[in-house]
Design a binder for this molecule. Structure first.
Ligand code: PXL
Length: 291
C-alpha cells in the first residue's frame, strides 16, 4: 500500500527547549506536507548547546517495546531518519528498526549527530562514535558536518580544508556504505567569507557544491533543520543538487531572519518566521557540479 502522505520515522531526542532535533524536524517536515512519526531516543529539558545544564532521560530501555507496537501495525516508512542517540546500544535497536519498517523504496538517512567545531557534544562518547560507524554502513544517505565526518573517518579535525581533500572525505565516507554523502559546514578557503555544503552521489560519481555567505553567528539545531529540508525535498522528487540548494537556502534565510533580533543564540533559528518559505518554489541559482 502506498502512503497517501509520505511518512518519515524520526529517530532523535526530544529536547523541550531550544529548537533542535524533534522540535525542528517535526515542524519542517510537516510544513513540507510530510508526516513525521517520532521514535524518541532521549528526553532532555533543553539541547546541550549553550545552556548551563540540562536534564537527560535515556530511552534505550523503552525503545524495543515502543517499536513492537508499531510492528504489529505493519507500518512501512518512506524514510527512516536517525540523528542524536542516547546510547551506543540504540544502534542495534535502530538496525532492527530499519529491517522491520523499511521496504525496497524506503530511504535510510543517518545524520550522525555527534559534535561540532572539532568537539563531541557532552553526552556523546567514543562508544557512540564507534557504533555510529556501523549505522552509517546501513544508510543510503548521511549528512555529517565537518567535525562528524572527521570522527567517522578517524581523522583529526582541521578547519582549513581544500576541495580535493573534501572530495577524498566524501569518497572515503561513501566507501563505508551510503550512496549519497553530504558534508555541511565547510569553510570555503577559495572564496573567503563563504561556507559550503558538498554532496557526492556514488552511483553517478558526481560532486556538488553549494556555497553561501557565511554569517558569523552559530545557532544550535541548524544541522537538524538542514537534513529535514533535504529529506522533504528528496521525498517530493527533487534532484540531489536542488534538494541541497533548498536546504542551504532555508538555513541561510533562517539565519538572516534570526540574526537581527537580540535574543540568546542558544534558542536556535526563528523557524516559526521562516517555515512558510518552504512552500515557495525554489529558484536554484547557486549549485555547482565539480569536475
Ligand atoms: O542539533 C543537534 C543536537 C541534538 N540533540 C541534542 C543536542 C544537539 C546539539 O547540541 O544537544 C540533545
Amino acid at each position: 500500500m502506498k502512503n497517501p502522505v509520505k511518512k518519515v520515522a524520526a529517530i532523535h531526542d526530544l529536547s523541550g527547549y531550544g529548537r533542535a532535533s524533534l522540535t525542528a524536524i517535526i515542524p519542517i517536515l510537516s510544513s513540507m506536507n510530510i508526516q513525521v512519526c517520532p521514535f524518541p531516543t532521549a528526553i532532555l529539558s533543553n539541547h546541550t548547546g549553550g545552556f548551563d545544564s540540562f536534564s537527560f532521560v535515556d530511552l534505550t530501555d523503552s525503545m524495543e517495546d515502543y517499536m513492537n507496537h508499531w510492528a504489529k501495525e505493519n507500518i512501512k516508512f518512506d524514510c527512516i531518519y536517525s540523528g542524536f542517540l542516547g546510547s551506543s546500544k540504540q544502534v542495534d535497536i535502530i538496525l532492527n528498526f530499519i529491517e522491520t519498517f523499511s521496504n525496497d523504496s524506503s530511504i535510510i538517512v543517518v545524520d550522525p549527530v555527534m559534535g561540532d567545531n572539532g568537539k563531541l557534544y557532552p553526552t556523546i562518547n567514543k562508544k557512540i562514535v564507534e557504533k555510529m560507524k556501523i549505522l552509517v554502513k546501513k544508510s543510503d544517505i548521511i549528512t555529517p558536518n565537518l567535525t562528524e565526518a572527521t570522527y567517522l573517518l578517524g581523522k583529526s579535525y582541521v578547519k582549513n580544508i581544500n576541495e580535493n581533500e573534501v572530495k577524498k572525505m566524501l569518497i572515503d565516507l561513501s566507501n563505508m556504505g551510503p550512496k549519497i554523502v553530504v558534508i555541511t559546514s565547510i569553510p570555503d578557503t577559495a572564496i573567503s567569507g563563504n561556507i559550503s555544503v558538498f554532496g557526492y552521489d556514488k552511483e553517478s560519481s558526481e560532486f556538488w557544491k553549494i556555497s553561501c555567505k557565511h554569517i558569523p553567528v552559530e545557532f544550535p539545531g541548524t544541522g537538524d533543520a538542514f537534513t529535514s529540508v533535504l529529506i522533504g525535498s528528496l521525498l517530493k522528487g527533487d534532484s540531489l543538487p536542488i534538494a541541497l540548494e533548498r536546504s542551504v537556502q532555508f538555513i541561510s534565510i533562517s539565519i538572516r531572519e534570526s540574526y537581527g533580533y537580540n535574543y540568546p543564540r542558544r534558542e536556535g533559528i526563528l523557524l516559526e518566521k521562516t517555515l512558510d518559505t518552504l512552500k515557495m518554489p525554489i529558484i536554484n541559482s547557486n549549485y555547482e557540479l565539480l569536475n
